[in-house]
Design a protein. Structure first.
Length: 278
C-alpha cells in the first residue's frame, strides 16, 4: 500500500483502528473501527550517521532498525530483549508502536525515552493530508512541536507515517542497572509504576513478591497487579490486560488529552477511546 492508497482509506473511514506489529495492544483500551495497518510502511527513508539522525517509516520493526544502525556502530538505546526480556527493551515491536505507546525501558534514566529521541514526524490527519512537525536536528524552533505530543498518545491524534529519530553510538550507551526478577509472558497482567525517589524502596517492599523487574535509577517498577495497587504521591501508572482499568490519568492529564483531541481530530476518527478519556 502506498501513501495515496493509505490516505484514501483514511478519508473513507468513519472510525479507524490503527494496527502495527501488535506488541502493545494490551496497553490501550479496545477500539472499534476500520483496521488500518502500518505494516507496509517499512524501511529506512534516510540515514545520516555523521549527524546521528535516521528517518524511518512507522511500520518498521525496531529490531530491523537496530540491525541497520548497528552497521554504523549506532543504535536506539534500548536493552536487548534477548538478554534482558521484552519489558526492559520497551516491549519491542514497530517504531510507530514504540513512539505511540512510549513505554518505559531499562535505560530510561541514562538515555531518556522516545519523547527525547523523536526530532520530527509526519502524521496523517483525518482528511488524508500529512502534517509535518519538527525536522532532522536536535534544536528546531520552527513551529509547534506536535511530534512530541503524538509520543504516548497511542495513535489517538493521527496516523504516524514516519519519524525522525536521534540515534546513539553503541559505545556511549551505558549498561542497564535494571534487575530482572522474572519474565513477563505477555498475556499475564502487568503494571508499570514510576514513583518519586523518596518512595522507591517502600514501593518495592510492597511489591516484592509480585515484581517482574525494577530499575532504581529511574524509580520504575514492573509488576503483576494482584489486588489493590498502592499509589504514591506524584506517581505514574500504566497497566496492561486490565480492561477498563488499564490506564490511569489525573484530571489535568485527561483535560489535556481531550483538548488536544478536539483540536487535531475533532471527528474522533483515530483510535477513539484507546486512552479511556477520549
Amino acid at each position: 500500500m502506498n501513501l495515496e492508497e493509505l490516505a484514501d482509506q483514511v478519508r473513507s473511514s468513519e472510525r479507524i483502528r490503527i494496527e502495527g506489529a501488535g506488541s502493545k495492544e494490551a496497553f490501550g483500551l479496545p477500539v472499534e473501527g476500520a483496521a488500518i495497518s502500518t505494516r507496509d510502511l517499512q524501511g529506512v527513508i534516510a540515514y545520516e550517521p555523521d549527524d546521528r539522525v535516521v528517518e524511518v517509516w512507522s511500520g518498521t520493526l525496531v529490531d530491523d532498525l537496530q540491525r541497520v544502525l548497528a552497521e554504523k556502530g549506532q543504535c536506539l538505546p534500548l536493552p536487548s530483549a534477548s538478554d534482558f526480556g521484552c519489558l526492559l527493551a520497551g516491549v519491542p515491536g514497530s517504531v510507530g508502536g514504540l513512539i505511540s505507546t512510549n513505554l518505559p525501558h531499562g535505560l530510561q534514566a541514562q538515555c531518556g525515552g522516545p519523547k527525547q529521541w523523536v526530532l520530527g514526524a509526519k502524521v496523517m490527519r483525518a482528511g488524508g493530508e500529512i502534517a509535518k512537525s519538527g525536522g532532522k536536528v536536535v534544536k528546531n524552533v520552527a513551529g509547534l512541536d506536535f511530534h512530541r505530543f503524538v509520543v504516548g498518545a497511542r495513535g489517538s491524534m493521527g496516523l504516524v507515517v514516519s519519524v525522525n529519530l536521534k540515534v546513539f553510538p553503541v559505545k556511549s550507551v551505558p549498561p542497564t542497572q535494571c534487575r530482572l526478577v522474572r519474565e513477563w509472558s505477555g498475556d499475564r497482567p502487568l503494571a508499570v509504576q514510576r514513583v518519586l525517589r523518596a518512595d522507591f524502596h517502600r514501593a518495592r517492599e510492597v511489591l516484592l513478591d509480585r515484581l517482574y523487574a525494577e530499575d532504581e535509577p529511574s524509580c520504575i517498577l514492573w509488576f503483576e497487579p494482584n489486588g489493590t495497587i498502592q499509589r504514591f504521591e506524584s506517581d505514574w501508572l500504566i497497566m496492561a490486560n486490565a480492561g477498563k482499568d488499564n490506564l490511569s490519568f489525573s484530571n489535568s492529564e485527561k483535560a489535556l488529552f481531550v483538548k488536544a483531541k478536539e483540536a487535531v481530530d475533532p471527528t474522533r476518527k483515530f483510535n477513539p477511546g484507546v486512552l479511556g478519556c477520549l
